[in-house]
Design a binder for this molecule. Structure first.
Ligand code: GLA
Length: 401
């Protein structure tokens, strides 16, 4: 569902443009580069427990992920219990003491995230924040929460469709107001808390989320550990580059690296393209049982440095040739990253692929670093490049000509 930006103006007027203009400076400081961490949903889904979160925090430290930059340990849906007579939300039996859990995660030098919905229920049918936004924000702050993923779900039928049946524009205004309300509630706690919008990219969210203090926003529906889904999401990022920047990021969803039956090449390509997209890097795999080759992908410092480049310029899709895609990203100090992806189903998809440096506005041979082999590489115009199916070549050129 998409509604044009002009239809949003009344909603923004309602929430006062002047007030919104004040919001970004403070709220964006928590995400000057794309947030990095781990989230429970992609592997544990509704089974996640307090112990899984502690074990994952332990592993983020033990596997070197913390040293590589992973900070947030995020509990997704299904931690919520019931509200008491005063409306205070309690955890369910899987999470006996959220404050103690937050203290534990903090004791490892990490931060902790949580999840809710602007609707009466979360996507998994647990208690949402509707009518309790300030109360919940204060509760999160009292526990020491550092990050909130706020997932639209039941707000659609319970509020948008109920209050504004058959009026999409009014429904979108209700949605924006709900995110603005939680953003203000978080801000009022005085605790810096990253705000992650999860409403699947509806209503060109990238156009309005930064103004209300959103640090990241999902651009699509859910990811799954299948190449076709990962690739479909990648294709939907084309054209969104100009909306990302320090403090506010497009979120093509959490990583599936190490999940399902993805091949090593697919894991590498997924991680590469998310880094090129300046995407939040939230791993979502089973950390206590992570294979060394998956750990090596997730902790490749050179690739992480592309994602975390302080300029915050998201890659754009420069061109395609057959089933080969070339994406480029401008980096600090005039450097560039070039990713060449074989999206085809076999090696022959790269026959006869020849890299056109001219199409990238580069002149003459370019020497840089192949960020997956760690070796020096020189790219020349019209050079044939052969890549296995769903694999990628990622090159950083420090001084492009
Ligand atoms: C939605 C979100 C997912 C996850 C689940 C939890 O589907 O998009 O990322 O948070 O809800 O129920």
């Amino acid at each position: 569902m998409r509604i044009s930006a002009s239809l949003l103006l009344p909603a923004l007027a309602l929430t006062s443009l002047a007030a919104l203009a004040q919001a970004p400076a403070a709220s964006q400081a928590v995400a000057l580069t794309p947030p990095m961490g781990w989230n429970s949903w992609n592997y544990f889904a509704e089974r996640v427990t307090d112990k899984d979160i502690r074990d994952s925090a332990d592993q983020i430290v033990a596997t070197g992920m913390k040293d590589a930059g992973y900070v947030y340990v995020n509990i997704d849906d299904t931690w919520e219990g019931q509200r008491d007579a005063n409306g205070v939300l309690h955890t369910n039996e899987k999470f006996p003491d959220m404050k103690a859990l937050a203290d534990y995660v903090h004791s490892k030098g990490l931060k902790i995230g949580i999840y809710s919905s602007p609707g009466p229920k979360t996507c998994a049918g647990f208690e949402g924040s509707l009518g309790h936004e300030q109360q919940d924000a204060r509760l999160y702050a009292s526990w020491g929460i550092d990050y909130l993923k706020y997932d639209l779900c039941s707000f659609i039928p319970a509020v948008m469709e109920k209050q504004a049946p058959n009026d999409k524009a009014a429904q979108m205004r209700l949605m924006i107001a709900a995110y603005d309300k939680m953003s203000k509630a978080l801000k009022a706690t005085g605790r810096p808390i990253v705000l992650s919008l999860c409403q699947y990219g509806w209503d060109s969210v990238w156009e309005w989320a930064p103004a209300l203090g959103g640090n990241l926003w999902r651009t699509t529906g859910d990811i799954s550990p299948h190449w076709d889904r990962i690739y479909a999401i990648l294709e939907q990022q084309d054209g969104l580059a100009s909306y990302a920047g320090p403090g506010h990021w497009n979120d093509p969803d959490m990583l599936e690296v190490g999940n399902g039956k993805l091949s090593l090449a697919e894991n590498r390509a997924h991680f590469t393209m998310w880094a090129m997209l300046a995407s939040p890097l939230l791993a979502g795999n089973d950390l206590p049982h992570m294979k060394p080759e998956i750990n090596a992908i997730l902790t490749n410092r050179d690739v992480i440095a592309i994602d975390q480049d302080p300029l915050g310029k998201q890659a754009h899709h420069a061109y395609s040739s057959g089933e080969v895609e070339v994406w480029t990203r401008n980096l600090k100090d005039g450097a560039i990253a070039i990713a060449i992806l074989n999206a085809g189903s076999d090696l022959y998809s790269t026959h006869p692929f020849h890299l056109s440096l001219a199409k990238l506005n580069l002149h003459g041979p370019q020497t840089g670093k192949d960020l997956w082999t760690g070796k020096s590489i020189t790219l020349t115009n019209n050079q044939p490049i052969e890549l296995p199916s769903h694999d990628v070549l990622l090159v950083r050129i420090g001084a492009p000509k």
